[in-house]
Ligand binder design. Structure first.
Ligand code: DQA
Length: 141
């Protein structure tokens, strides 16, 4: 099984950015752990700070992977274009967030992606990604 993890804006700064909210671990370090834990899964990873580039990755992924774990970061709360891209592709997408967006500012409670995603996992730190991958693995076995 092939899974793409796609991270949006500012998530390249994980480990340095607001560690009280997002932790001290870089995504690259966590990705190594994920690959070891799910060694039966071919995990690829992309990150972009640009909305259109994220849409290009989603469209391309439809032909290349079986499932997508998407943390669109702040674009979750603003981007109809990314939501449309998720709707447009047949590949299932789970929306993830590191922080519990429901205990933060009101504007983070709105997600354009959630209604077109398979589901949403938020608030479990980096473990949110592992929970999403586990769901895809469960469905695949
Ligand atoms: C985030 C939550 C978003 O509200 C925020 O803009 C992010 C990260 C998270 O993973 O908790 O950049 O998606």
């Amino acid at each position: 099984m092939k899974i793409l993890i796609l991270n949006g804006p500012n998530l390249n700064l994980l480990g340095e950015r607001e560690p009280s909210i997002y932790g001290n671990t870089s995504f690259e370090t966590y990705l190594d752990q994920l690959k070891k834990r799910f060694n039966e899964v071919e995990i690829t990873f992309q990150q972009s700070n640009h909305e259109g580039v994220l849409i290009d990755f989603l469209q391309k992924a439809e032909k290349e992977v079986d499932a997508i774990v998407l943390n669109a970061a702040a674009y979750t709360h603003t981007s109809i274009a990314i939501a449309d891209a998720v709707s447009a592709i047949k590949t299932p997408v789970i929306e993830v967030h590191i922080s519990n967006v429901y205990e933060r500012e009101d504007y983070r409670k709105q997600s354009y992606i959630a209604p077109v995603a398979k589901g949403v996992i938020a608030g479990f730190g980096l473990q949110s990604y592992a929970l999403a991958i586990q769901n895809f693995v469960n469905d695949n076995t």
